[in-house]
Design a binder for this molecule. Structure first.
Ligand code: HEC
Ligand code: HEC
Ligand code: HEC
Ligand code: HEC
Ligand code: HEC
Length: 292
């Protein structure tokens, strides 16, 4: 059963995606999402309860959103209001990933009790959003990232008695709705919470992480330059090769094996910068020649 997100290789971080210019030969985004949903429904079966009631489907499309979007919540339950707003402006909302996809429950039942079922609150150990279950919940769609994360020290330390000894899960770094991606300017803050002089837990890590993400950013920049300016005959083969290496780096990021990642990042950066310099030089020569 296909349930991983199949994506084209892309530049790292929030940069330009290799999909941007492509016509897209894979399944459409909508059908990809349906595939993912199907996968989620299967896995979330653990947390969900009861089969969807087809007779009600016509009446209620998504009771979670209908009810949680109520503006009165701002007054009567600010916390609930804030969670809805976070989702409202998240990448997941844009991608039609809704409450049910992460939390379970039954969005075809209009009343709260029926829609929620049991075990929705994060304190409940069976909840999809209980601290220790979050990686699996996100990993239903971000499967390769989950695989990577599972090999990390963070995953090994996920369940600990003392909170300060605990490893971070997906939402520690990305926020509850997966709305934020730490970048070169924010990653230090994300790591220093646990890696600092006081905890004596590898206080050098925030700085190392920043150095690597700065290189990711440079790779993105050179990638964009090359993608726009390299001659078409040469562009395809070069991008194919570099895409594969970038993709590999991107996937390995969540192992948090910073030493290895740093080495490979440096090597990709050197290769892509060299190509950029070549292209720039050629452009300059052509310009000089035409100016004669
Ligand atoms: C310790 C912090 C941390 C944890 C824990 C973490 N991430 Fe990330 N994640 C990051 C950072 C930093 C980036 C940006 C790296 C980059 O620019 O490629 C990122 C990038 C991403 C991206 C976007 C880039 C891509 O490759 O598509 C996704 C999606 C993502 N993480 C999902 C997850 C999921 C799912 C989990 C849990 C299984 C998780 N993350 C755990 C820090 C973290
Ligand atoms: C008719 C209104 C209504 C519907 C439908 C509804 N909710 Fe809620 N939900 C609430 C209210 C009100 C709360 C605040 C806590 C309470 O009163 O039980 C809440 C609380 C929550 C919480 C916090 C945990 C908890 O149990 O307090 C989550 C998570 C949640 N809802 C998700 C969902 C999801 C997912 C769906 C759809 C499957 C859904 N809700 C459908 C009204 C609703
Ligand atoms: C991408 C996955 C995802 C989506 C989509 C999502 N949530 Fe959540 N939500 C989470 C996670 C993970 C947590 C636990 C947060 C934490 O530990 O900070 C959470 C926490 C919550 C809480 C607090 C739970 C508690 O026990 O206090 C509420 C309320 C909530 N979400 C409501 C919603 C509603 C309503 C929607 C849809 C409008 C929604 N969520 C969509 C992942 C998601
Ligand atoms: C039902 C499927 C689904 C679930 C569950 C899900 N996501 Fe996503 N997520 C997506 C899709 C689709 C995208 C946007 C397309 C992409 O990045 O490939 C996305 C994008 C993201 C991004 C931004 C990536 C970028 O490059 O902009 C982050 C970060 C992220 N998700 C984290 C999470 C976290 C954390 C959780 C768990 C709390 C989670 N996701 C649960 C489907 C899902
Ligand atoms: C919630 C706390 C927490 C946060 C936030 C956190 N870490 Fe960690 N990290 C840990 C714990 C706990 C360990 C395990 C330390 C040990 O070996 O005892 C660890 C271990 C590591 C290791 C392995 C160190 C080694 O050599 O064994 C790396 C690398 C690492 N973290 C990177 C990061 C990066 C990068 C960030 C920010 C993007 C980050 N961490 C954010 C708690 C955290």
């Amino acid at each position: 059963m296909e349930r991983s997100r199949k994506r084209q290789p892309r530049a790292l971080g929030r940069g330009v995606s290799a999909e941007d210019g492509a016509t897209g030969n894979g399944p459409s985004r909508a059908s990809r999402l349906r595939l993912m949903r199907l996968g989620c429904a299967l896995v979330l079966g653990v947390f969900a309860f009861g089969a969807p009631d087809a007779s009600r489907a016509a009446e209620v499309e998504d009771s979670c959103v209908d009810c949680h979007s109520d503006k009165d919540l701002l007054v009567v339950n600010k916390k609930l209001y804030d969670y809805y707003q976070d989702w409202q402006y998240s990448v997941h909302k844009q991608e039609e990933v809704t409450c049910f996809d992460c939390h379970g429950g039954n969005p075809e039942i209009a009343d709260k009790k029926g829609a929620h079922g049991t075990g929705l609150g994060e304190e409940d150990t069976s909840s999809a959003v209980n601290f220790k279950n979050i990686p699996d919940t996100c990993g239903q769609c971000h499967e390769e990232i989950l695989d990577s994360y599972r090999t990390s020290e963070h995953f090994k330390h996920l369940v600990r008695k003392k909170e300060e000894k605990q490893g971070p899960n997906c939402v520690t770094c990305h926020g509850s709705m997966g709305t934020s991606i730490p970048n070169v300017t924010s990653v230090e803050e994300a790591c220093v919470r646990c890696h600092n002089d006081e905890t004596e837990n590898h206080p050098e890590i925030p700085d190392d992480a920043r150095t690597i993400l700065n290189k990711f950013l440079s790779i993105d920049r050179f990638y964009r330059y090359i993608r726009v300016r390299l001659e078409p005959e040469e562009r395809g083969p070069f991008l194919d090769k570099i895409d594969a290496r970038i993709r590999d780096l991107s996937l390995r990021w969540h192992t948090f094996d910073l030493e290895e990642i740093e080495k490979d990042t440096q090597s990709v950066l050197a290769a892509i910068k060299q190509k950029r310099d070549e292209v720039r030089e050629r452009k300059a020569e052509a310009k000089a020649a035409s100016g004669d």
